[in-house]
Write a protein that binds this ligand. Structure first.
Ligand code: PGA
Length: 253
């Protein structure tokens, strides 16, 4: 049985006051969630503040939105996986489509970041997914396979033993147009099958999140699918009630 996981990706949003308010709203409501692991990924400058406010509540942990492909050194502006772990992060989002597109991260760079996260004892959350054009051309599985293969190539056949995958179709991110549960399930199953070719055991344990316009209203139908183990939430993670509603939808039983 895989423990459901819900992650809030705040992206580059917020100020101290907003962070305080959002955390307060989440903490006020989240106490009675059963069996769900909840992670918030704030912008780096607010990690300390978030960590402070979360200290009393072990239900919610912190993740990084990205990490450097390098270890410490002369890489102005970067934050290493070791640093993220050192300040208390447990997870790191790797290869989000915004990083791949806006910051031109190649599959190879993404794979390096994945490897750095594993080495720093952070759980990498590898984002994969196709664009609208790729989907329309019937290339979804080819794209996802390429993105997974780059990580296998860098990290070896047990790459996903201690990792999470997030299927995030690019056309669904921030558009209000989520993949249908059946559509998402098909790709999630494919991802699990690809990992199973290397290790059936790792594939069975692997948590595969869905991301892209998840709301409190559509979360349950998505999470009910056999191979959807939770969600990576953007916009809806910025409103406490919405985010907790999504976490609730992932509750066991
Ligand atoms: P969204 O973003 O929930 O706003 O669609 C998801 C993501 O980018 O991880």
């Amino acid at each position: 049985m895989r423990q459901p996981l819900v992650m809030g990706n705040w992206k580059m949003n917020g100020r101290r006051s907003m962070v305080e308010g959002l955390l307060k709203a989440i903490m006020a409501d989240i106490g009675d969630l059963f069996g769900v692991e909840v992670v918030v990924c704030p912008p780096y400058p607010y990690l300390g503040l978030v960590m402070d406010r979360l200290a009393a509540n072990s239900t919610v942990v912190c993740g990084a939105q990205d990490v450097s492909a390098y270890t410490d050194g002369a890489y102005t502006g970067d934050v290493s996986a070791e640093m993220a772990r050192d300040v208390g992060c447990r997870f790191a989002i790797i290869g989000h489509s915004e990083r791949r597109t806006l910051f031109r991260e190649t599959d190879a760079i993404v794979a390096q970041k994945f490897a750095r996260s594993l080495a720093a004892d952070l759980t990498p959350v590898l984002c994969v997914g196709e664009t609208a054009a790729e989907r329309d051309a019937g290339r979804t599985q080819e794209v996802v396979l390429r993105q997974l293969s780059a990580v296998f190539k860098e990290c070896g056949s047990n790459a996903f033993d201690r990792a999470v995958v997030a299927y995030e179709p690019v056309w669904a991110i921030g558009t209000g147009r989520a993949a249908s549960p059946a559509e998402a399930q098909t790709v999630h199953r494919f991802i699990r099958d690809v990992v199973a070719r290397q290790s059936a055991e790792a594939a069975g344990r692997l948590r595969i999140l869905y991301g892209g316009s998840v709301k409190a209203q559509n979360a349950r139908d998505l999470f009910e699918q056999d191979d959807i183990d939770g969600g990576l939430i953007g916009g809806a993670s910025l409103a406490g009630a919405d985010f907790v509603g999504i976490c609730r939808a992932a509750c066991i039983g």
